[in-house]
Design a protein around this ligand. Structure first.
Ligand SMILES: [Zn+2]
Length: 311
């Protein structure tokens, strides 16, 4: 984990992406302090807070949750007392979503070989003691803040990666915190939402012409990397359509899809989520319908990896 200064009063706390859950956070130190996203467990979030304490006020006045996935919100309780800003659907999903202890059980010993890879990914996290702490400042479309002279625009772009995607824009600094609308050099995967909405969200961020993007996962980047992600999403979606129309099941389609230059991104086998999510759309299912058995998707990702390794 490293703290990086992006502009006066603006920092990112970056984690090297090596698999599930290694996300990023941001910190604007003015206006009482505004943090963007927590990490997945309490020890990692505490480490981030300790870094932020070196450069700005702690506890901060605001915490923004860019969406409801655990890696971005399960540290919320360490910001008790803050104004926790999120989309209404973020709070809803957190209130009804999986509890940390139940999540951990899925990967507890004895782990079947098909999901050992995820167990390895998450072995470093400690999900004990997490008390899901819900956002208390809900927004629908937009919230504009003024952080002692730094305008800060928070706006909704979902349902794209999930139902509740927010981005945080500092227009005067040209800095955009995208949450998981942007994965940089690591394979994206989405849950609720549609391909079109995700593409729209990327187009919207491109139109803001940010100089620096703090992605949800991966190193700091800019518009070119966001365009790469857009290409990936479009390519997978188009190829998935081709195989859907020929009646292939998602795993078989994933085996046949060519992801070309994106194969070197972290965990390319997450392709199975993207194909399964596309199939949900092709079937005409609602954007928030489950697109497969979540545990089975982990197993299929393993099978896909085995398939590639045999080639
Ligand atoms: Zn994430």
């Amino acid at each position: 984990m490293k703290l990086e200064k992006i502009a006066p009063h603006v920092y990112a706390c970056l984690q090297k992406d090596t698999g599930f859950g290694w996300n990023n956070s941001g910190f604007v130190t003015t206006g009482g302090g505004l943090v963007i996203d927590t990490f997945w467990d309490l020890p990692h979030t505490q480490q981030m807070i300790d870094l932020y304490r070196q450069v700005g006020p702690q506890p901060p006045r605001y915490l923004v949750n860019t969406h409801h996935n655990g890696d971005h919100v399960w540290g919320n309780q360490l910001f008790a007392g803050a104004d926790i800003i999120a989309h209404r659907l973020c709070r809803e999903a957190m209130a009804t979503g999986i509890r940390p202890a139940d999540f951990q059980k899925i990967f507890a010993d004895p782990v079947p070989p098909e999901r050992q890879w995820v167990a390895n990914d998450i072995a470093v996290y400690d999900f004990s003691g997490i008390d899901i702490t819900l956002p208390n400042h809900l927004i629908e479309e937009r919230l504009d803040l003024e952080l002692d002279g730094i305008p800060c625009h928070i706006f909704y772009v979902g349902p794209a990666h999930t139902s509740s995607d927010l981005m945080v824009h500092l227009p005067e600094q040209g800095i955009l915190f995208t949450g998981d609308i942007v994965f940089n050099q690591c394979t994206p995967l989405g849950w609720e939402g549609t391909n079109d909405k995700w593409i729209d969200a990327i187009d919207r961020l491109i139109s803001l012409e940010p100089k620096t993007i703090v992605p949800g996962h991966g190193e700091l980047c800019g518009v070119p990397e966001a365009k790469e992600l857009r290409n990936y999403l479009e390519s997978v979606y188009t190829q998935a359509r081709h195989f859907f129309d020929r009646g292939l099941p998602p795993l078989e389609a994933a085996r046949q899809i060519d992801i070309g230059p994106y194969f070197h991104w972290t965990e390319p086998e997450r392709l199975i989520w993207n194909v399964s999510r596309a199939y949900r759309e092709f079937r005409g299912d609602p954007w928030d319908a489950p697109f497969g058995d979540r545990i089975q998707l982990f197993h299929q990702a393993y099978e896909l990896r085995q398939h590639w390794d045999r080639q």
